[in-house]
Design a protein around this ligand. Structure first.
Ligand SMILES: Cc1ncc(C[n+]2csc(CCOP(=O)(O)OP(=O)(O)O)c2C)c(N)n1
Length: 283
């Protein structure tokens, strides 16, 4: 049985009060609850304050490129679809630079869990505007206010084919852990958008801001109904934030649909075990 300590890496360098602390703890709690050890899971990080968790979490990790966590995660999953694979990324990373990868991962129902730290800014590079920021939001990169309308990640994922869509709040570690666990257990593509206050660079979308505008989904909410999920996701237009699993349906995953690896993962196939030979074949 593993413990939080087993998953603990270096001491985080996040600002005090940053929502990332809660998210980091919820991820570790989930991995313990799932009975995993650090070598049972692959975690792919993007670049950002969120991506710096690469050093703070002890597991098999890749600190990839900005916007490129998802294709790395898909690659790992294709090589070994028995392994749980999660991505930890920022909103700039996943909805901006890597937006294209998100769309196609949803379309393929790739069995990965994407956890997005949605702080509406580029935190690591000191507060430029990110794609989820509200129109008119003033930042050092948009002193007169952002001109573009915000990306709605929930609608984007839903209409692109994701089979699990959830939203959580960085101040509620218990609900976050429940949702992350459900996302990892879900077979198929899961997007978990976490509302994460950036206490240093975003003075608008604060803890208070989200506390006043968020609510937990009703107990009788039908998460397998596409129209209900669409309506819930559209509430972002009014800055209302439903928290919980907004959509979940069962559909074949990408690897389940791929005849070549139906019978066993690529890594277990004899001819892929001889790494020296594969390298020789290519050079
Ligand atoms: C290809 C590329 N473009 C830009 C950068 C510079 N860069 C590093 S972190 C970052 C912003 C990160 O913002 P976000 O993804 O929202 O994560 P956060 O820091 O807010 O957690 C940028 C633009 C980079 N490292 N690589």
């Amino acid at each position: 049985m593993s413990t939080i300590q087993d998953f603990t890496g270096y001491k985080p360098t996040w600002c005090s009060g940053c929502g990332n602390w809660g998210i980091g703890m919820a991820i570790k709690q989930t991995l313990v609850q799932l009975g995993l050890t650090p070598s049972d899971i692959a975690v792919v990080f993007g670049i950002g304050c969120s991506g710096n968790m690469n050093d703070f979490l002890n597991a098999y990790t890749i600190h990839s490129l900005h916007g490129r966590a998802i294709p790395n995660a898909i690659g790992i999953k294709l090589a070994n679809h028995k392994l749980p694979v999660i991505c930890v990324v920022g909103d700039g990373d996943c909805y901006g630079e890597g937006g294209n990868h998100l769309l196609h991962a949803c379309r393929g129902n790739h069995d990965i869990t994407v956890i997005v730290h949605d702080n509406r800014v580029y935190g690591l590079t000191t507060g430029q505007v990110a794609p989820t920021a509200q129109k008119g939001y003033q930042s050092k990169s948009t002193p007169a206010g952002i001109i573009e309308v915000p990306v709605n990640p929930l609608v984007l994922a839903l209409t692109s084919g994701a089979t699990f869509i959830a939203q959580a709040f960085a101040a509620d570690a218990v609900q976050m852990a429940t949702i992350i666990k459900a996302g990892i257990e879900h077979r198929g593509f899961s997007l978990i958008n976490i509302l994460q206050p950036c206490v240093t660079f975003n003075k608008v979308n604060t803890y208070q801001y989200y506390l006043q505008r968020s609510y937990k989904l009703e107990k009788n909410y039908q998460k397998d109904d596409f129209r209900s999920a669409l309506n819930k996701s559209l509430e972002l237009l009014e800055e209302k934030f439903p928290l919980g699993v907004i959509y979940q349906v069962k559909k074949p995953t990408y690897t389940e649909s791929l005849p070549q690896i139906k019978e066993k993962p690529l890594v277990e196939k004899e001819r892929f075990r001889d790494f020296e030979k594969i390298v020789k074949d290519f050079i």
